[in-house]
Design a protein around this ligand. Sequence first.
Ligand code: SF4
Ligand code: FES
Length: 369
Amino acid sequence: MTQPSSHAVAPPWAMLAELTHGCPLRCPYCSNPTELVARAAELDTGEWARVFEEAAALGVVHAHLSGGEPLLRRDLVEIVGAARGAGVFTQLVTSGVGLAGRRVAELVEAGLHSVQLSVQAAEPAESDRIAGRRSFMAKELAAAAVVEAGLPLGVNVVLHRHNLDRIEDLIELGIAWGAERIELANTQFYGWGLLNREALLPTREQLSRAESIVTKYREKTGVELIWVIPDYFDGVPKPCMGGWGAISITVAPDGRVLPCPAAYDLPLDLPNVREHALSWIWEHSAAFNAYRGTAWMAEPCASCPRKELDFGGCRCQTYALTGDAAKTDPACGLSPDHHLITRLSARESVKEKPFVYRELKRPPSVVDP
Ligand code: SF4
Ligand code: FES
């Protein structure tokens, strides 16, 4: 593993604050780790306040308050207030369950800046099926409450085989709910998404049809549409996290700090805000320096002209598929492991499997070797 660098490291500007892994929903594509943090181990209000102060001093200007479901934190209003006090803008990333009336007003008063609301499908029954719990009505009410409170609303949809064919309806739903921004994010296969890969993997035809519909809507609507590319199909790796330890920092519910929200399973010694200052973690911890920059790369990345563009792809996906996070992402057509992806995208496109729903207890692995 690369030693901590001695030169100055550019500061992060974004933070993902995972306030809790508790969640009323059970989405099978959840990017949380399969081993979730217990509620009793969570940072308390004062610890989060200190984290925001340290983050602001480091350069962070924007924090996503996420989970799990951050509304499960009874001290969410205090946490939002602490972030605002530190000078950090906050966006609530929520399922919408529990976001109504008075809670919205309190969060606005505490300084909440915007809300990103997830929805699983445009059909209420299908949305509830994918979420593993009745929740569509609560989301609809939450969207109305957010818009009424004057907060910018974003809608996030994780896309997969079960909802890609209804992408027009999902875009229309976001527009009807008053979203300024609709994020259409193809499932990333790690965490629970990896456990459910066979059930979720779409076909190439589904993806190309959906992408052309997004292009069509971009021309006719003023709503911002974000299409997060599926990297299993086109041989081009994604520039994950804008580079390792480059722009963003993730704080887990128990204070562990990660270069990427999906890095729990990597063989890294994760530092903790309970033991170290955030600035030391960002600049000097081994975890943040492990894949920073390009010096760690082996071939074919080391001599590739795209290495500053995609940073060798996703470390978490690479580790999940090859067992070595320092290799070239198998999503890349130049990777010697690319067959791992092409084999999967061809083989699994025809399989139907039931969901393994997210739960606090770690499930048995159901991923093929
Ligand atoms: Fe990116 Fe490495 Fe593939 Fe080049 S070889 S395109 S740097 S992942
Ligand atoms: Fe962790 Fe890509 S999800 S680096």
